[in-house]
Design a protein around this ligand. Structure first.
Ligand code: MRU
Length: 367
């Protein structure tokens, strides 16, 4: 996608030196577009943990490049396994991280150490290209949902509520739920997006709003708690979110607060759709509430907030009462029964084992 007319991806190999890895520092958005140069696996681990890069598909792709960087210095079997394990520990909820590292290990274990670094760059590039094409297709398969709503209300915008950031900066390009919105907008359908602020880290008000603004998509930032009210008053036609892990039975882990949106949507008969690439499927678990590990982040993210002062400085201030403790579960699980359907690169399906296996028969035996 483009920033001020210049095409970008969310991760790429520096064309100047051919080996260092470039990312957009998402902790600096929306205030400044800052590109970071990563040269070793420790920087990659830090970038993922500190959320300089974030979004389920993107952290998988960046971790893959992290492994390639490490293998330039030490391509032994021991290094391959230990660096993959270290990168895999950076964030626990998004399964895409493990998916990407497992795919790298499968590709690299049989390769002789002297050829491993080159093979790792090629395998990481495959993961990145796979993600770009996958996300483009997700947008295509979601588009008819928006077209159907638009056909029912000619001349009026389709109001879409979204949570967190599921755009091109959460993936390698295009995004997941936002890929659907971009394709609808580009097809000339009038859309308007209610952007949940997404406390505590404000991925909605900082990142989604920035992305939509750069693409010219009409949008309005709302407090996280506004969705139910908007739905009660007919101001939301569809909820579109992404996910960090979908279980075999169709339960959906996503940014904290997604479950409450699904409950409100269910109560108001608003369709609640979830967009995901194949790399987000975890067919080894069934019951998302019991089985998906939920990342607990630093409580300071809840007790404080970061923003730009009127004179341009980026500052973090405490908003909670002095001395109060905080808790920061970063994700929740929406049970399949509250999900209208899933949008994937292979088409749409019910949030159920039968629905998923209809699209992914090749994953039937995946454990
Ligand atoms: O903590 P984050 O910002 O990495 O969480 C991201 C999300 O919850 C997204 O909705 C999710 O990764 C799916 S969209 C690519």
């Amino acid at each position: 996608m483009k920033i001020d007319g210049v095409p970008y991806r969310s991760v790429w190999v520096d064309p100047e030196d051919g080996w260092s890895v470039r990312i957009l520092d998402q902790t600096r958005l929306p205030w400044t577009v800052e590109i970071l140069r990563l040269t070793e696996e420790k920087q990659v681990a830090h970038a993922i943990k500190s959320m300089q890069v974030r979004g389920a598909p993107l952290i998988g792709a960046v971790a893959a490049y992290g492994l390639a960087l490490a293998l330039r210095r030490d391509a032994s079997d021991a290094a391959l396994e230990s660096v993959a394990a270290m990168l895999g520990r950076t964030r626990p909820t998004a399964i895409n991280l493990r998916w990407a590292l497992d795919r790298m290990l499968r590709a690299l274990r049989p390769v002789a150490p002297e050829q491993r670094a080159a093979a790792a760059y090629a395998a990481a590039a495959d993961i990145a290209e796979d993600d770009v094409e996958t996300c483009r297709r997700i947008g295509q398969h979601g588009l008819p949902l928006i077209q159907e709503i638009a056909a029912r209300k000619p001349g009026q915008p389709v109001n879409i509520l979204t949570h967190c950031n599921t755009g091109w900066i959460a993936t390698v390009d295009y995004g997941t739920a936002l890929s659907v919105i971009y394709q609808a907008h580009d097809a000339g359908i009038p859309v308007h997006v209610w952007v949940d602020e997404t406390r505590p880290r404000n991925q909605g008000s900082a990142l989604t709003a920035w992305e939509l603004g750069k693409h010219g998509v009409p949008h309005t930032v709302v407090a996280d708690n506004a969705g139910g009210h908007l739905m009660q008053h007919g101001q939301v036609d569809i909820v579109l979110v992404g996910t960090d892990r979908v279980t075999r039975q169709g339960d959906v882990a996503n940014k904290i607060g997604t479950y409450l949106k699904a409950l409100a949507a269910h109560d108001n008969q608003v369709p609640f759709w979830v967009a995901l690439p194949h790399s987000t499927l975890d067919m080894s678990v069934r019951d998302g509430v019991r089985e998906i590990p939920i990342e607990e982040r630093d409580a300071r993210e809840v007790l404080e907030t970061t923003g730009q002062t009127w004179d341009g400085r980026i500052e973090t201030v405490r908003t909670a009462a002095p001395g109060s403790a905080g808790a920061n579960p970063a994700f929740d699980v929406t049970p399949a029964r509250l999900v209208t359907g899933l949008i994937t690169e292979r088409g749409r399906c019910d949030a159920s084992e039968a629905g998923l296996l209809g699209l992914y028969p090749d994953l039937a035996t995946a454990a």
